[in-house]
Design a protein around this ligand. Structure first.
Ligand code: HEM
Length: 416
């Protein structure tokens, strides 16, 4: 008889992202899961929680048995985005997660040149100017909330500048991205919030269309959106719906992730005086600090979602066709099988095994842009405010998929 357990036979899943203290430190819970129930079914979230590095990486690399397409979920018609947030329909169908493997590879080939390290390096002066301007305003205030005053606006402004969104409309894009991230798991959005989420998505899509049409009329040289439109105009290369979905995923993929990369990195530095001193002495360590923060203190509450394309025997359990998996990269990066002494924050450790940006064919398209934004923000803050001080520990707000940092109060002390 097979030893594999089905959903109803597995031990009850101790995963509970609403447990007190989870946002501040979810890692003890992940450790219990890895040792006691490495793959177990979480009823409330309707999916398997996969916590060990080996299993997470195996599933990320196995697109034959595991799909990224939410339409493949057994509960898609009742609890999926299409059912609860129909406004996203037109974005969902040509989304990078929904395309066939061949179409996905074609679209990635078309857009990848715009996101190479060398291509994003061109954005350095623009990003630096945005950071400088935000820090000038922050300095004038003295004590700031680093999340809302600095981390939040950076990616919003960078993406707006990248896509040349008219000034004043960035706020709408910001609301669109926040609503889109929540709509990854719409069944976990409180019903009273769903109406606002749907409205923000509707208005965001209208603005996206408007922006694309405007750029079609007024192409700009060396501009990402113009390049994508011209690719779309060559018909067989990029369809109109692929273009719309792609622009939406750049905005969504590049926003709250980068906000949290900046916020969590600063929070980790400010809570560790010895690290702060080390980075002032060796600023080139900031690069690895960003990676170590993504490993050690990843801001994701849940993991990357996949759907079984067929009945699968996986890591000791039987997963039925259509069932959902949450690949918990946050837990995987604390697995000592992949990272020695995982509970030690070590800016000099090798992070080549990281899965913070995924792995396999859906590996993050914006990884170099994210690293560049993080680097410029943190470098500039450390240089301008080497004596800055944490006023109080960070606070977290409710969120279905993120350990959402809401405040990081800091006293900025400028060098006289
Ligand atoms: C710290 C910042 C970021 C983190 C931690 C991050 C993380 C990730 C991860 C884990 C994935 C894989 C998802 C999966 O396999 O299910 C991914 C994919 C993706 N990311 Fe990022 N990301 C970041 C920033 C960005 C930025 C700045 C952009 C856009 C400019 C971006 C665009 C995308 C896109 C389009 C995909 C989908 C790729 C595909 O399906 O082929 N990301 N990201």
């Amino acid at each position: 008889m097979s030893q594999e357990q089905t959903k109803s036979e597995t031990k009850s899943c101790p995963f509970n992202p609403n447990a007190p203290g989870f946002d501040v430190n979810p890692y003890p819970m992940f450790k219990d899961l890895r040792t006691q129930a490495p793959i177990s079914y979480w009823d409330q979230g309707h999916g398997w929680i996969v916590t060990r590095y080996e299993d997470v990486i195996a599933a990320l690399r196995d697109n034959k048995r595991f799909s990224t397409n939410p339409a493949d979920w057994e509960l898609a018609s009742t609890l999926g985005t299409a059912a609860l947030i129909p406004e996203r329909d037109e974005l969902n169908k040509s989304n990078l997660f929904a395309l066939s493997d061949a179409d996905h590879a074609r679209v990635r080939r078309l857009v990848s040149p715009a996101f190479t390290p060398r291509a994003v390096e061109w954005l350095r002066p623009e990003i630096q100017a945005i950071v400088d301007e935000l820090l000038d305003a922050a300095e004038a205030k003295g004590t700031v909330n680093l999340v809302s005053d600095i981390a939040d606006p950076i990616p919003a402004r960078v993406m707006s500048s990248l896509l040349k969104i008219p000034k004043g409309r960035e706020v709408l894009f910001q609301r669109f991205t926040e609503a889109s991230i929540k709509s990854i798991l719409p069944s976990l959005i409180p019903p009273e919030e769903l109406v606002a989420v749907r409205k923000d998505i509707r208005e965001g899509i209208a603005l996206l269309r408007e922006t694309i049409e405007e750029r079609r009329r007024n192409p700009v040289e060396n501009d990402i959106l113009t390049t994508l439109i011209q690719t779309e105009e060559q018909g067989d290369k990029l369809s109109t719906s692929e273009l719309l979905s792609l622009v939406a995923s750049l905005i969504v993929g590049g926003f709250e992730t980068t906000v949290h990369l900046i916020g969590f990195t600063l929070s980790n530095i400010l809570r560790r005086p010895e690290l702060f001193a080390q980075l002032k002495a060796e600023p080139e360590l900031v690069k690895n600090t960003l990676e170590e923060v993504l490993r050690f203190d990843n801001f994701g509450k849940l993991g990357l979602t996949r759907y079984a394309r067929e009945d699968v025997e996986f890591g000791g359990v039987k997963i039925k066709k259509g069932q959902r998996l949450f690949l918990m990269i946050n837990s995987a990066m604390h697995d000592e099988a992949a990272f020695p002494n995982p509970e030690t924050f070590d800016v000099r450790r090798s992070t080549t095994a990281t899965v913070a940006f995924g792995n396999g064919m859906h590996f993050c398209l914006g990884v170099h842009l994210a690293r560049l934004e993080g680097r410029i923000a943190v470098d500039t803050l450390l240089k301008r405010f080497p004596d800055m001080k944490l006023v109080k520990p960070p606070t977290f707000g409710p969120h279905p998929v993120l350990r959402k940092m809401e405040t990081l109060e800091v006293q900025l002390i400028a060098r006289s």
